[in-house]
Design a protein around this ligand. Structure first.
Ligand code: GLP
Length: 256
């Protein structure tokens, strides 16, 4: 896509189409700056009466451990502020891992059960970390992993310090859906925009499948879509092939 706004509109098209054909859809929602324009596009469409989440549900990808409820940098608060509060999800329809649970391992297990009980995630949004992580599945995460505790790399803590102001305030530990969990979603959509994402995108899409680049696990998924702007596409080797397939996309195929 030419720009980050075009990326957001295309992904919003896919979500609008999903909730229109399946109003009870289950979304997997990601934090970070990459999906924010998509959430804004969805909120704009909601205000224009083009879509509704009144019967839909959503599950967060991940959460910091130890941030009290309502902490502005908790991912729960992030999704509330940037998406859920702007549309019409009913009370209790947006769930996240409980980073304040007294028994964190039980909370991870319960989260897996809640996702399964919902019927599974129809469309999972993802961003990508500078080290190729998805959710908070840092390099060398098991490609079969389930929801569990992870320790953040120093690079990820540095990357996310911009939201906290001070590196010392960035937690070391998180709960994240595992790669195995993510791969069970029926459609995975990874959003990447800007030059800083060019290297991790190329490693994920065209590099070998390897736990050192967790996002490369999407190569195993039967319906994974990577939506990039021009800058995030800069390191892709087969970029002309991708442009050609997009330009010649049959009209009978779904948008993404
Ligand atoms: C965090 C989140 C990821 C996200 C990544 C990139 O680590 N846990 O889900 O993809 O940040 O964030 P951004 O989109 O701000 O670059």
């Amino acid at each position: 896509m030419p720009t980050a706004d075009d990326v957001a509109e295309l992904v919003a098209d896919a979500i609008q189409s999903l909730v229109t054909r399946k109003p009870t859809a289950v979304l997997g929602v990601a934090t970070g700056s990459s999906p924010v324009p998509t959430y804004a596009a969805l909120a704009a469409r909601y205000r224009r009466g083009l879509l509704s989440f009144a019967d839909a549900r959503a599950f967060l990808l991940d959460e910091y451990i130890g941030l009290p409820a309502g902490h502005p940098q908790s991912y729960r608060a992030f999704i509330e502020d940037n998406f859920a509060a702007l549309v019409d999800f009913p009370e209790g329809a947006v769930c996240g891992p409980d980073g304040m649970a007294s028994d964190i391992e039980a909370a991870c297990h319960d989260y897996e059960v809640a996702i399964a009980d919902s019927g599974g995630i129809d469309l999972q949004l993802l961003g990508i970390g500078s080290d190729g992580h998805v959710g908070f599945n840092e390099p060398i995460s098991s490609l079969a992993s389930r929801t569990r505790v992870k320790s953040l790399t120093e690079q990820t803590r540095l990357d996310n310090a911009r939201f906290f102001g001070d590196l010392d305030d960035v937690p070391h530990h998180v709960i994240t859906q595992g790669i195995g969990t993510i791969l069970e979603s029926r459609h995975v959509v990874l959003i990447a925009t800007g030059r800083s994402k060019a290297s991790p995108v190329a490693r994920a899409v065209e590099g070998p499948l390897a736990a050192i680049v967790p996002a490369s696990a999407l190569q195993l998924h039967p319906h994974a879509t990577v939506v990039v702007d021009e800058e995030a596409a800069e390191d892709l080797t087969l970029v002309e092939y991708y442009r050609g397939t997009w330009a010649n996309k049959p009209p009978w195929q779904r948008s993404i």
